[in-house]
Design a protein around this ligand. Structure first.
Ligand code: ZN
Length: 112
């Protein structure tokens, strides 16, 4: 005779299977949700990059790129801030001791 009471071994196994499948289903949906979230973040990142490309990090106005001694220097068209890309400061400091002094003369903000 098949026992069908609440605590029968077959019912316990069945509940464990249900728990297992529910957990697997949850983990699958959780992974899908995380992938959607990552996609959204990547899209937001791409949009931010496009929005801020060659804009001054301080005032948001357009940056003008000037190449000086092989280093591309970005100078703000409005606040006159000078910005260097990753590795450019090391290149400047590693090559020419007078570079910074010369650069200051060239990029110094005009005073009235
Ligand atoms: Zn600026």
């Amino acid at each position: 005779m098949i026992e069908s009471s609440k605590n029968s071994p077959s019912r316990i196994v069945s509940e464990r299977e249900e728990e297992y499948f529910a957990r697997v289903e949850f983990e699958r949906k959780q992974k899908e949700a995380q992938e959607r979230e990552a996609k959204l973040k990547e899209e937001e990142r791409r949009q931010r990059k496009a929005l801020h490309f060659m804009c001054c990090p301080k005032c948001g106005m357009e940056l003008i790129e000037i190449e000086y001694k092989g280093v591309k220097i970005d100078k703000c068209s409005d606040c006159a801030g000078v910005w260097l890309d990753c590795g450019e400061l090391e290149r400047i400091l590693g090559t020419d001791r007078n570079f910074l002094a010369e650069m200051l003369d060239i990029f110094r903000r005009k005073t009235d």
